[in-house]
Design a protein around this ligand. Structure first.
Ligand code: G3P
Ligand code: MG
Length: 248
């Protein structure tokens, strides 16, 4: 397989914005990433009830915000009132849930590359893939390096593929399945992203031999990062910005 573009992402990517250094999926996280010298981050994007793309990992706001409820039932105006920082410490109190547009503007201004994980609320896979891809194409129009779209949901990735074919895509898996190559081909992905705990050296070699890029999450031990990079892993996603140097 011929890649459409060389892998532009650095060897270490900050997980959920700023890893464990700041509240996940907030602009405070991205600011922490910049402070640690990171040039790329991953974040989770889903739809509000009124179809605004915004950053949140879970299906509900309960764990990371001072509110309760399913994200799919809350409109962006309500989501924007929530405090998404206080759970991480008083220093972050008042930090809002950012929209995807907020984050795109910040990343483009800072020269930060972004891996956008499409994280649909259950039942909203198709519309989330489509709307996140369309918004990404609009927000990064003219950019030298487009955001890399990834998802555990094949349905969301296919919707992104049909909506904005030119945006690069990666399939996320917990374990590399037997049909990984057929799936990457069918969804026209450039990369596989997998949990490092399940990856074997032989799988890494096969994925690289087939011409795909390989990213592992969530690698918090510098020794483990070095080990799997020696297997051919291109990039790792980490929470420990304080332990993994951005140029690791
Ligand atoms: O994109 C890699 C990683 O973020 C996947 O796991 O649960 O942190 O979104 P999760
Ligand atoms: Mg994620």
């Amino acid at each position: 397989q011929q890649l459409r573009s060389p892998w532009p992402y650095p060897a270490v990517v900050a997980h959920r914005g700023g890893g464990a250094m700041a509240p996940e999926n907030t602009l405070a996280g991205f600011r922490a990433g910049i402070a640690y010298g990171y040039r790329a981050a991953e974040c989770d994007v889903k739809l509000s009830a009124d179809n605004v793309c915004f950053l949140l990992h879970d299906d509900t706001v309960d764990r990371t915000c001072n509110g309760q409820g399913l994200a799919a039932t809350l409109e962006m105006a309500s989501l924007a009132q929530l405090d998404a920082g206080a759970w991480k410490g008083a220093a972050f109190a008042g930090e809002p849930l950012p929209t995807f547009a907020n984050v795109a503007a910040y990343c483009r201004a800072q020269g930060m590359l972004l891996n956008v994980e499409i994280k649909p609320c259950p039942g909203r896979e198709d519309e989330t893939g489509r709307l996140v891809a369309q918004e990404a194409a609009r927000l990064w129009a003219g950019a030298a390096v487009p955001p890399l779209l990834s998802s555990f949901s094949a349905e969301a990735l296919r919707a992104a593929q049909h909506a904005e074919q030119a945006l690069p895509r990666a399939w996320l898996v917990e374990e590399v399945p037997a049909n990984w190559q057929a799936m990457l081909q069918e969804m026209d992905c450039i990369a596989l992203h997998c949990d490092h705990r399940s990856l074997t050296r032989a799988q890494a070699a096969a994925i690289k031999a087939a011409g795909y890029q390989l990213l592992c999450y969530t690698v918090n031990d510098p020794e483990r990062a070095r080990e799997i990079m020696a297997w051919g892993v291109d990039s790792v996603c980490t929470d420990r910005l304080d332990l993994l140097a951005p140029a690791c």
